[in-house]
Design a protein. Structure first.
Length: 545
């Protein structure tokens, strides 16, 4: 379908972001004859995989599953070199998709959307970019990702540091030679844990500043074998269909048995087997690891015991052992030789609970009176997750209501897709949807399909606006929290809870009820004529039955 603008300056849809969400949105919008403009602040496609180029960056969902399923030819033709893909391979895949469907020509790179306002009179959105352009659009779709707004903590003195400063989530697009350098890494989440072993091999000396130790499971990554690839490709369509109705949008071996119903020997054997297989499947060892603290303790202790076995210095091993939250309630980390790295001569661990960072000096860092000198400081300190990249755009809805104000107590959505008073604004994998608690690409596909089905439905019924009913939104917000409260997740100071950002409301942001369950709910909503939404035909409201 050729790209034709409705009339000068006006399109059916404006999409923000050209990561995996934006690319698939553009493909589908085009396929169904909707005009669109896609804006991307980066210089090319790929979203999170465009920015997160730090050494060791890798996906912790298996490659055969972390990829699009919408086109059988695409999934048959693409070859993944490893079981868990490295960032360059995922970025190459995003580029392949952009080329294969000729998507780039409709994406404007290095353009940031700054403001979006709903115009009551025209019943459309007015979008403003950092280049000063204003665009009118019927639909406004945020495809900005969940963990895209990198955060550097507010440590005094940073601006005076004479060395190099990096953030893993905003890594330069060139090789950096650390070979003669003394470097600091602050933060031991997934990004820190992936980069530390690689940086330790490159740098002269590496000091890791840790606030909260993390549980990490070896990835046991390996080259893709022809047999494994064939196994998936011979049966891809039905495997994908099965994935769509699983708890996490991926095929994992989930043991449907309580950890407490097994005896000690069986438990240890089960954990050992999962450890040897590697990856996040460790948390599927028993069915109650994320709901029962006693069960969880057994899985947590197994990992602590592994850390004690791997790390030679018992004092360092203790510091690296997480004890303040249950395993899995912060995003589980998947590593390649992380704990082993602390046996190296050139690696030092600083626990900032004992040695609080006071300030950054011109030559390094001052912690509890001790001066550390560095050539480079790398912040692996995470993101303003789920809401950060949405708030980066000033969004004003009906009656000039600001989204940031509406969400000042935490995000409020219906199905994680839309929010009341902001008609025709869609969020792909927004807060209140499975999003980060799922195989992201499967969740992206489900949301994009939902959005396109809604647009087609509205076109067929000559409807102008779609918006959640406030009572459905309120019920959904309560449901998201009540499901989370039945689990151990609220016990951790995680970014899922907004706890990593000073001043951010503390509540569980993704929907943890399961990808399959969520999909069924969405299907039911559609089957009931968009239950919980209301529509407008010009200025007349029509509530869904
Ligand atoms: P993160 O999980 O939020 O970890 C940030 C780290 O920085 C934590 O150790 C945190 O300590 C520390 N930190 C934050 N502020 C600090 C401060 N002021 N002083 C000292 N330490 C501070 O961020 P991330 O590692 O970038 O990962 C974010 C998410 O991205 C992951 O959970 C995952 O979902 C995704 N990701 C996935 C992959 C993958 O697919 N393998 C790779 C990278 C990232 P506290 O724990 O004490 O807050």
């Amino acid at each position: 379908m050729p790209f034709t603008k409705k009339k000068t300056g006006e399109v059916d849809a404006v999409v923000v972001g050209a990561g995996f969400s934006g690319l698939y949105l553009l493909y589908k919008l085009r396929q169904h004859g909707f005009t669109s403009r896609v804006f991307e602040r980066g210089g090319d496609v790929g979203g999170t995989w465009y920015w997160n180029r730090y050494p060791g960056a890798r996906c912790d969902v298996e490659s055969m599953q972390y990829s699009y399923s919408f086109d059988e030819e695409l999934q048959q033709e693409w070859h993944w070199p490893e079981k868990f893909s490295a960032q360059p391979d995922i970025l190459a895949y995003a580029n392949h998709v952009a080329d294969r469907y000729d998507l780039r020509k409709d994406i404007e790179f290095n353009v940031e959307v700054k403001k979006a306002s709903f115009n009551e009179k025209s019943r459309s959105w007015q979008i403003e970019t950092d280049k000063g352009e204003k665009i009118a659009t019927q639909y406004f779709i945020m495809a900005t990702g969940c963990i895209s707004t990198a955060q550097i903590p507010n440590i005094p003195g940073l601006e005076g540091f004479k060395g190099e400063v990096y953030h893993t989530g905003n890594w330069p697009h060139k090789e950096i030679d650390f070979s003669s350098k003394r470097i600091a890494v602050v933060g031991v989440g997934s990004s820190g844990i992936q980069s530390i072993p690689v940086l330790a091999e490159q740098a002269r000396h590496l000091t890791v500043f840790q606030r909260t130790p993390n549980y990490s499971i070896p990835s046991q990554n390996e080259p893709m074998t022809a047999d494994y690839e064939k196994l998936w490709k011979s049966d891809y369509a039905s495997r994908r269909e099965e994935m769509r109705y699983t708890p996490h949008g991926s095929l994992k071996d989930l043991n449907d048995k309580s950890a407490l119903s097994a005896n000690e020997e069986e438990r240890q054997l089960t954990y050992q087997k999962r450890w040897e297989i590697g990856g996040a499947g460790y948390l599927g060892a028993f069915n109650d690891l994320l709901t029962n603290i006693e069960s969880n303790d057994t899985a947590s202790e197994f990992v602590r015991e592994k850390i004690r076995e791997i790390v030679k210095d018992p004092v360092i091993a203790e510091k690296l052992s997480p004890k303040t939250y249950p395993i899995g309630t912060k995003r589980i980390c998947i590593d390649s030789g992380y704990f082993e790295t602390f046996n190296r001569e050139n690696v030092e661990l600083v626990d900032i609970n004992e040695m609080p960072i006071e300030k950054i000096t011109s030559t390094g860092l001052l912690a509890a009176g001790t001066t550390y000198c560095f050539d480079a400081i790398i912040f692996a300190t995470g993101f303003d997750a789920m809401t950060g990249s949405i708030f980066n755009v000033e969004i004003n809805g009906r009656d000039k209501k600001r989204l940031k104000e509406k969400w000042s107590g935490g995000p409020r959505t219906y199905l994680g897709l839309m929010t009341e008073a902001f008609p025709n604004l869609f969020m792909i994998t927004g807060p209140g949807s499975p999003s980060v608690k799922s195989n992201m690409i499967m969740s992206i596909e489900q949301h994009v399909d939902f959005v396109l089905d809604s647009l087609i439905y509205m076109r067929n019924h000559e409807l102008k606006l779609i918006e959640p009913q406030i009572k459905s939104e309120n019920r959904w917000v309560e449901h998201v929290q009540s499901v989370a409260n039945q689990t151990l997740f609220p016990r951790a100071n995680s970014w899922y809870m907004g706890a990593n950002m000073p001043g951010k409301p503390r509540l569980f942001m993704p929907y943890i009820g399961g990808v399959g369950q969520y999909r069924r709910i969405c299907e039911e909503v559609v089957a009931k004529g968009y239950d919980g939404f209301k529509f407008e035909v010009n200025n007349t409201q029509v509530a869904a039955e």
